[in-house]
Design a protein around this ligand. Structure first.
Ligand code: NAD
Length: 306
């Protein structure tokens, strides 16, 4: 069996070493196509591959047509909109992602942004502490769970609301489960957002939801920018001088936020929640393990084209 790692933006060497170890231990062969500049190189490399590991690389119908021996594609990472799922299904190719592998990285960034905010952006003035503050986790998935774990270490009082995760699962972690997003925002001074962007959640973080947050409120967004109603957030921050917004996903109106809300608005220049060496290594190795599990035992746990 031949496993191809096709990465326009390569993994770190230590990740490739880890992938190689998993693949060779299973008795398979590893091939590398890194930093390719032309789709023709990819079309050539996939010809005899039985499995492919990718990052943001595009796997479309043309690539699938060229990959006559292909059984599985694994996107090392969470998002998989770079793979044509319908075409993969039509070619009888299993597609997987590696959820959860970057969750700790994102969670650490969220807590880092909270500290930065309560310490007044490290401007030399006296700030406040996270200990004792009420933190609301909006969606208790892979990232939300990690935020809860780290926040408890800071001594925060942790609450969560998730539309689909049973309350018992949340409370087992020593986190108070609430019944609605409204209740979460009313209760917590700091809210960390971890909902996916869906038809239901798009634009859902709006004036009505945010206006009742306690005094000194802070919203931390490491999720997606589509879930924020930007115009209403700007209006709210105009009306509430105590409100801080920290985000890892730069809003379309970044310049306006930066100009109007200096000292209580921060955006990373480029989404960097998952940008750590560890997340990169974890996702690569998980991809290799999932390929071995699929080819040897037929395990389809992380299949996304059901
Ligand atoms: P996940 O799928 O593990 O968890 C999502 C959770 O949201 C689930 O528990 C689900 O039940 C819940 N949910 C879905 N719809 C909901 C709704 N309407 N109301 C309340 N809860 C709802 O996802 P994850 O890996 O934890 O990722 C969370 C978010 O973080 C996603 O938006 C993802 O795109 C983003 N993300 C960002 C980065 C980054 O670099 N900043 C990296 C990874 C993930």
């Amino acid at each position: 069996m031949k496993v191809l790692v096709a990465t326009e933006k390569p993994f770190a060497k230590v990740a490739v070493d880890g992938i190689r170890k998993e693949i060779e231990a299973a008795g398979y062969e590893l091939a590398l196509l890194e930093k390719y500049t032309d789709k023709a190189q990819l079309l050539d490399a996939v010809k005899d591959a039985n499995a492919i590991i990718i990052r943001s690389d595009i796997i479309d119908a043309e690539v699938l047509d060229a990959a006559k021996e292909l059984k599985i594609v694994v996107r090392a990472g969470a998002g998989y909109d770079n793979v044509d799922l319908a075409a993969a299904t039509a070619h009888n190719v299993c597609v997987m992602n590696t959820p959860g592998q970057n969750s700790n990285a994102v969670a650490e960034l969220a807590l880092g942004m909270m500290v930065y905010a309560v310490r007044n952006f490290y401007n030399g003035t006296s700030g406040t502490e996270l200990m004792g503050k009420k933190l609301g986790i909006h969606a208790y998935g892979n990232v939300g769970r990690n935020v809860a774990r780290v926040a408890k270490g800071f001594g925060m009082e942790v609450y969560a609301y998730d539309a689909f995760c049973p309350k018992e699962v949340i409370e087992k972690d020593g986190v108070k489960a609430l019944d609605s997003a409204e209740e979460l925002y009313k209760t917590c001074q700091v809210v960390s957002l971890h909902i996916p962007a869906t038809a239901e959640t798009k634009n859902s973080i709006n004036y009505a939801l945010l206006k009742d947050m306690p005094k000194g409120a802070m919203l931390v967004n490491t999720a997606r920018k589509e879930v924020i109603n930007e115009a209403e957030l700007i209006k709210l921050m105009e009306d509430r001088a105590d409100f801080k917004y920290m985000t890892d996903i730069m809003p379309a109106a970044n310049a306006e936020f930066a100009e109007k809300f200096a000292g209580r608005y921060f955006s990373t220049p480029k989404k960097m929640g998952a940008q750590t060496a560890e997340a990169n290594i974890n996702a690569g190795i998980a991809a290799a393990q999932q390929i071995v599990g699929f080819l040897k035992d037929g395990c389809e746990k992380f299949r996304v084209n059901k």
